[in-house]
Design a protein around this ligand. Structure first.
Ligand code: MSP
Length: 669
């Protein structure tokens, strides 16, 4: 018996910036998953919302000259409008300023306090108002005139010394390790699970969970001078939204525990703090924290800080919702980082949607209209071998699609559906129904071919509906079929059943227009302030960086000229970082374990720790000098060197990468 209810959440979004494609990513993925579950008859509940407390929200309001309340209301409206525009159907929107949420946060605090997990102490440390966290010594960059800076935001840290309440996180080290051990599915994918295990194994310190210096937040119960730490507040949204600790809703028993979908930048909060709070309070833990990678632009995380985000209004001017949704699901292997480009979006839309599904639909329906006055022929019971093979392939696509989707491998699920599309296309090309139509004696065969194509299309449209909600309905209606494909379980659809009815094809229009790449790229370039450097151009520059500017030996402008024979001695290969950790007592070094497509992963030491946190590099595609003689650093052997550009006066390393999918071990020439 399958599951009856399914609860899935996105992180709640900070309201200090406009929504961009990075935010839309998690939300679209979760929305697609919800549609998939609902289509299969599961009572799926999808929560999203906004994280509205904290010092950086206050600052953002101040910068706009607005009251905090007006500012947050405005940005929340923008987020809601952005998600609605993308066709997202969430079930509940939580705001951390909702009174019922505030009630639950205080309730959770009281429960933890009563159970002895909270104490009052004093805290002095360097605090980043943009990350909303105190920074450990090894996380800070070297001091500038303004004092130490945040390695992520490159802004000065605030020195904060204040009375604070602490949560006894240290007491949860062993229970957390036991959790990761006994429930491997708790943190997924495995690379993130390993990262968390290694972090927790290194020891946990108690965490400060209140601030007297921050006013915009939820007061600590019975001590209103203190404001509850924003992450304590924010994480509680996942249960307050269901009614835990408040009387607004009664959905907790029905839907909890959750599948939390989060980006890798907020892994530690979800996989360490959150289960510790819940264990402390005696609340059942989430089912899974599934950690996805970052959308990258030019190899860097897309976001506000770097100003490299793809803006949603630009996307909407040139692409439909389904093109955007499909591209993100198909292009980026869920769990890994993925480069996104306008060119890639155009190419995928043209090849997979216009030439793939769209073409299959219009050629099938056009022939049915032309040869059968729009009435789809009935499938024959004694199918010939080719038609039977198509039926089998569709069944196989459906089986694989569901398996991959349930495992959150969206890209592979879609690949399976497209294998079905390719099979039907081939079947039509082989059978050449346009020739059969000219020969009256071939009428039964023509009927059989088009009945098979129509029926295969019907199953495929049902299958891809969660990923293409608008166009699947459109094709469905052009097929003359009743009902909503998003509400019909593909696994309950049997071969031939539709044709018992009286569907008629009369209106046919291409479901996916073919996009004019040159024209769209030129328009986007005009609309965006920064030039759109993508594809070939970007690859070229990445290759240039990769070859010429390794951090430890940056080539001076008058670099010595070398021959091609010199160059070919250097073996450069693509690799993926599997694990990363700081090297104790070495501020600059990260120890990486990288997959170079060899039998065993290799260990490489890289002098990038002051600019990249371990969690920033795990899962990234990098370029490695793979034939460098091994050398020892701090007693550890390094087997190769990664490539990075050296930027600015202080030689800040920026990792070289690829803008397209490249297998590990591929050689750069
Ligand atoms: N408010 C916190 C989350 C609290 S959850 C209890 C927060 N907000 S955020 O707005 O900064 O980020 C929300 C989510 O958006 C994160 O999962 C983050 O990973 C995701 N993304 C932001 N930029 C992204 C990309 N460039 N790519 C993929 N996801 C990105 O953190």
């Amino acid at each position: 018996m399958g599951e009856k209810t399914f609860y899935v959440t996105t992180p709640i979004y900070y309201v200090n910036a406009k929504p961009h494609l990075g935010h839309a990513y998690t939300t679209l993925v979760v929305d697609t998953l919800k549609k998939f579950k609902r289509q299969r008859g599961v009572d799926a509940f999808f929560l999203t919302g906004t994280d509205e407390h904290g010092i950086n929200i206050e600052r953002a309001a101040e910068a706009k000259g607005l009251s905090v309340r007006r500012h947050v209301d405005q940005v929340v409206d923008e987020f809601k409008a952005a998600f609605e525009r993308l066709g997202v159907e969430y079930d509940r929107w939580i705001r951390t300023i909702d009174p019922h949420h505030e009630e639950s946060v205080q309730k959770l605090w009281r429960v933890l306090d009563e159970r002895g997990h909270i104490y009052k102490g004093s805290y002095e440390g360097w605090f980043c108002g943009y990350c909303n966290e105190f920074k450990d010594v090894d996380e800070r960059q070297p001091a500038t005139d303004d004092g130490p800076t945040c390695p992520i935001h490159e802004r000065p840290l605030d020195r904060i010394a204040e009375e604070s309440y602490f949560f006894k996180l240290s007491a949860f080290q062993q229970p957390l390790l036991d959790l990761y051990e006994s429930r491997p599915e708790f943190v997924q994918p495995d690379v993130r699970r390993n990262e968390v295990i290694s972090f927790v194994s290194g020891g946990l310190e108690d965490i400060s969970i209140s601030r007297v210096s921050v006013k915009w937040g939820i007061p600590v119960p019975d001590d209103p001078n203190h404001t509850i730490y924003v992450w304590f507040d924010a994480l509680t949204n996942y249960i307050s939204a269901l009614g835990w600790g408040n009387h607004r809703y009664q959905d907790f028993d029905k839907y909890w525990p959750a599948l939390h979908m989060v980006g890798k930048d907020i892994l530690r909060f979800h996989a360490v703090y959150w289960p510790a709070f819940l264990m402390g309070a005696g609340i059942e833990l989430p089912r899974t924290v599934f950690v996805h990678g970052m959308l990258l632009r030019g190899g860097q995380k897309m976001g506000k800080t770097l100003g490299n985000a793809i803006q949603l209004d630009v996307l909407h001017r040139h692409f439909t919702n389904d093109q955007i949704r499909y591209y993100l699901l198909r292009e980026v292997a869920f769990g890994q980082d993925g480069e996104v480009t306008y060119q890639g979006l155009i190419d995928r839309s043209n090849s997979d949607l216009a030439d793939g599904l769209g073409n299959l639909a219009s050629r099938t329906l056009t022939m049915i209209r032309n040869y059968f006055s729009g009435v789809p022929p009935r499938p024959v019971s004694d199918q010939n071998a080719d038609a039977a093979d198509v039926t089998l392939q569709i069944a196989e696509s459906k089986r694989r699609f569901d398996g991959e989707f349930d495992a959150l491998n969206f890209s592979r699920a879609l690949e399976a559906a497209w294998a079905g599309i390719a099979r039907v296309d081939k079947f039509i090309s082989d059978k050449q129904p346009w020739k059969l139509a000219r020969d009256p004696s071939a009428r039964p065969e023509l009927e059989s071919v088009l009945a098979t194509a129509y029926e295969a299309l019907r199953h495929l449209v049902l299958l891809v509906a969660p990923a293409l909600p608008v166009t699947s309905r459109e094709i469905w209606s052009q097929m003359g079929l009743d009902g909503d494909p998003l509400r019909l379980d593909p696994n309950e659809a049997t071969w031939g059943e539709a044709l018992e009815g009286s569907s008629t094809v009369d209106r046919i229009s291409p479901a996916f227009p073919k996009l004019d790449k040159e024209k769209i790229m030129a328009e986007i370039e005009n609309e965006t302030a920064t030039p759109v450097v993508e594809g070939a151009k970007q690859q070229e520059s990445a290759a240039e960086q990769a070859i010429s500017v390794a951090p430890e030996s940056a080539a001076p402008p008058t670099a010595q000229v070398i021959t091609i024979d010199d160059f070919v001695k250097v073996e450069l290969r693509a690799a993926t970082v599997l694990e990363a950790e700081r090297v104790p007592k070495a501020d600059k070094l990260l120890r990486l374990v990288v997959d170079l497509g060899e039998a065993q992963p290799r260990q490489i030491l890289a002098g990038i720790a002051q600019h990249y946190a371990p969690e920033d590099v795990v899962g990234r595609k990098i370029i490695v000098v793979s034939n460098l003689a091994p050398r020892k650093l701090r007693g550890l052997e390094s087997n190769g060197m990664l490539l990075a550009a050296s930027v600015g006066e202080d030689g800040r390393p920026v990792l070289a990468t690829f803008t397209e999918d490249v297998p590990n071990g591929a050689r750069l020439k």
